[in-house]
Design a protein around this ligand. Structure first.
Ligand code: B12
Length: 440
């Protein structure tokens, strides 16, 4: 199994782990396969320092990736910034593949659609370095399956239900394997035993999201479900024993949905002494009540990002997930429970279609007025979402646009919708200034 390099203008290791691929690994092992992992993005791999200088951790296990400048793809030629390949160098891949030896198939994952050039490059390298069939899955393949067919992979698996994988392997590769008798999300742990070392662990306690925000793809690709807290806790226990790290993050899209479940999970997490927990992916402010806030504190959460998105009418129009008063109340409860402004932040989305500069500015000031940090996220339209369909219908986006151009950093440079690059820069600068005014 291979997690490819990221090609981008910037990337930072905010607890990045290829969770989907680790579930695939767990499933294949259950079905009797012998599995090896080459994760080009694992900064903590024991062999990596032999091939490249690895930047030290910054905080909570996060840090900069090693990187090297690469030539820009044709469509990005005009962008006046350096384009890089992040993660391990090609020699590391060659070394790992030699060490593993001949395999029956290679499973490659993918994340952001606009990172596809790193995926294509990896597929090409694997086709050259091995004689095995290459299967490609992951976020890019389920958002853009037709585009992914051009990756050079022998097969793409554009689905998110891993219970369908055994049949796929029987059909495509002729493997003689049984179906998986269970539910992949409930019954499997991400296979962290495939790493020789990690700097942190990432888990999911739920998959999917019951909300229907117009800019988000999640509700369209997973049926929302929660894993039993007991199993989540057992998985954390099991892997902390194997990899004694200090930091554990959750990638859930809807961590707080289903109060009974969340409370049981948080009560269990209190027993992990000395472990710092993180929620980098935006929790639903409306679902934070006094009890949840206290349990989060008792469990030793150190990073809590609240989803705020924007101010004004768009709050309702994009799905009505969070209103000003929800965020205000959530922050109040969290602060009462003892969280400091260094541990709390809210995401503000900028450059959304229909969002004025003033809306975004107001959102930034509003978050700051609550005494917490503002994290600015640059909007990017995701193929398949409600937003995307509307933009295509109105002629505001070409449905065949090269996904590289949808990179959130460069979109404002060319997209005529929204507040433009200078507007986005001003909002980011404002957020930086306001954040720096918070007491240390
Ligand atoms: C964690 C996460 C992040 C993290 C970490 C990423 C990082 N850079 O460190 C943070 C919070 C930093 C982040 C940031 C952003 N993210 Co994000 N993120 C996610 C998230 C929530 C989880 C990914 C994950 O682990 N999923 C769970 C695993 C199990 O799913 P999976 O990998 O798809 O795997 C499944 C299948 O694909 C399959 N599979 C996977 N690989 C393989 C391989 C094979 C061979 C097979 C057979 C199967 C298979 O197995 C799994 C079974 O279901 C996803 C949403 C989501 N739920 O996926 C968004 C998501 C990927 N992010 C998204 C976006 C838009 C962003 C931002 C641009 C937001 C913004 N506007 O600022 C930023 C910027 C990212 C950047 N440039 O670095 C979009 C993707 C957009 C796109 N065009 O691709 C998503 C889908 C969110 C969304 N709701 O729409 N993100």
């Amino acid at each position: 199994m291979v997690n490819p390099n990221i090609h981008d203008f910037a990337a930072y290791d905010f607890w990045l782990k290829p969770l989907g691929l680790l579930y695939v690994g767990a499933l294949l092992k259950r079905l009797g396969a012998q599995v090896f992992l080459v994760d080009m993005m694992n900064r903590h791999d024991l062999d990596l320092p032999r091939f490249v200088k690895v930047p030290k951790d910054k905080y909570f296990g996060t840090g900069k990736f090693p990187s090297r400048e690469i030539e820009k793809p044709e469509v990005l030629k005009e962008i006046p910034r350096r384009f890089k390949s992040y993660g391990a160098p090609p020699e590391y891949l060659e070394y790992k593949l030699r060490e593993i030896g001949k395999v029956d198939a290679v499973f490659v994952t993918s994340m952001m659609t606009y990172w596809y050039s790193g995926v294509w490059e990896m597929v090409k390298a694997l086709k050259e370095l091995t004689s095995s069939p290459v299967l490609l899955g992951g976020v890019y393949t389920h958002i853009l399956p037709r585009h992914a067919l051009k990756s050079g992979a022998d097969f793409i698996f554009p689905y998110t239900n891993l219970n369908a994988l055994p049949r796929f392997l029987r059909d495509k590769l002729g493997w003689e394997i049984p179906d998986f008798e269970g539910n992949w999300f409930e019954d499997l742990d991400p296979a962290y035993e495939l790493y020789n070392r990690v700097g942190y662990l990432v888990f999911l306690s739920s998959i999917g999201c019951p909300f229907r925000c117009s800019y988000c793809i999640t509700p369209l690709v997973w049926k929302f479900s929660k894993r039993s807290p007991e199993k989540v806790i057992k998985a954390i226990e099991r892997y902390l024993e194997l990899h004694p790290v200090k930091d554990v993050a959750f990638f859930d899209d809807a961590f707080l949905v289903r109060k009974d479940h969340v409370e049981e999970l948080l009560r269990g997490l209190r027993n992990f002494r000395g472990i710092r927990f993180h929620l980098p992916n935006g929790i639903h402010a409306r679902l934070v009540d006094r009890q949840i806030a206290e349990l989060l504190k008792e469990a030793n959460f150190k990073t809590i990002k609240l989803g705020y998105e924007t101010s004004g009418n768009l709050q309702r129009e994009t799905g009505g997930k969070v209103f000003d008063e929800d965020l205000e109340r959530a922050v109040e409860f969290l602060k009462e429970a003892g969280f400091t402004h260094e541990e709390l932040a809210a995401y503000v989305l900028v450059n959304m279609p229909g969002q004025s500069y003033e809306d975004a500015e107001r959102a930034v000031y509003f978050v700051h007025s609550l005494g917490i940090r503002v994290n600015v996220n640059e909007y990017t339209p995701i193929p398949g979402t409600k937003d995307w369909q509307k933009l295509v219908k109105e002629g505001l986006i070409d449905p065949d646009v090269d996904p590289l151009l949808l990179n959130n950093t460069i979109l404002p440079l060319w997209w005529k919708v929204g507040m433009g690059a200078s507007g986005v820069e001003r909002i980011k600068k404002l957020a930086r200034e306001l954040n720096s005014k918070l007491p240390i």
